[in-house]
Design a protein around this ligand. Structure first.
Ligand code: ARG
Length: 291
């Protein structure tokens, strides 16, 4: 028993050394945010990592909370290609829920544990400049309202917060020069921020275990893969349809210089610690070029 405890702690040592002073961007996603137990474990993991000396930036989602609020207001949620059609009224609710409720709650929980966190949206400190996104079906251009892509990240603002030991907790909304707000996919925001601040890792916490070669066969779980293997999964359409955009987003992030991306199951308690401080991890790790 004692031996085992020692082994666990010593296994963590090289990773504590390696990641001290480095920056990780963590996306805390959608439906796991409704799971109180998993959320509590997530906050503990964040606090522990920060105290070990890892700089953290958190980007959160909030889809289910938004749908719930829209439903309470009797407003239908409509999706095209997985993107929420966002009219002005919906955007107001998105901002209220994401940047108001969800964002402040996560930041508050971290602060409550004695680690400094600050909840902001992409509109604070001109953090995320956005550009309206259209969907194309053949040559048809579809307007889905106030949905955006990231155009520019204000890195100086993030560096200032990180330097002062704050964990920025970011709601994925953006602004443009006309003063409009945009709803942006949290995976894209996490990857744009990771690239802009040259993060050591991007970690996507979702409600899947990671990647499988065959989603129906648990023995085909992929613990780690190189960028060329990831591309092969995409080109051969081995990966399940819903995972495809996520994997493509990861591939482009790695190609642009992120060293490693981890996809881990946020429903499993302390999956973050298990992934980062053990040799085998628990999820799927996509390695960048030189690793
Ligand atoms: N803890 C190490 C790291 O964060 C290794 C993680 C391995 N993970 C995996 N899914 N195979 O770099």
């Amino acid at each position: 028993m004692i031996q085992q405890k020692i082994r666990v702690l010593i296994e963590a040592l090289p990773y504590i050394k390696k990641f001290n002073g480095k920056t990780f961007v963590i996306k805390f996603g959608g439906s796991i945010m409704k799971n109180e137990e998993a959320k509590k474990a997530f906050i503990q993991d964040i606090v522990l990592m920060k105290l070990i000396g890892i700089n953290l930036v958190i980007v959160h989602g909030g889809g289910p909370n938004i749908s719930e609020s829209l439903k309470a207001l009797r407003k239908e949620s409509r999706f095209i290609n997985g993107l929420r059609v966002t009219d002005k009224e919906t955007m107001n609710i998105v901002e209220m829920v994401l940047a108001g409720q969800v964002n402040k709650e996560i930041a508050f929980e971290i602060n409550n544990q004695g680690v400094k966190a600050i909840g902001i949206s992409g509109k604070d400190g001109r953090l995320i400049r956005a550009k309206k996104k259209y969907i194309y079906e053949g040559d048809k251009k579809i307007d889905i309202g106030f949905v955006g892509n990231v155009e520019e990240i204000n890195v100086d603002f993030l560096y200032d917060l990180i330097e002062k030991e704050y964990i920025p907790v970011i709601a994925p909304t953006g602004f443009d020069d006309r003063g409009d707000s945009y709803n942006i996919n949290a995976d894209y925001v996490a990857s744009a921020i990771s690239l802009a601040i040259k993060a050591e890792k991007m970690i996507l916490l979702t409600d899947i275990e990671g990647l499988y070669k065959d989603i129906n066969d648990k023995s085909t779980f992929i613990s780690q893969l190189s960028i060329s293997e990831a591309k092969e999964l995409v080109s051969q359409r081995i990966i399940d349809g819903g995972m495809l955009p996520k994997l493509e987003c990861c591939i482009s992030a790695i190609e642009n210089g992120i060293k490693a991306i981890h996809m881990i199951d946020g429903r499993k308690k302390h999956s973050l610690l298990l992934e980062i401080f053990t040799d085998k991890g628990i999820g799927t790790m996509i390695r960048g070029g030189e690793q």
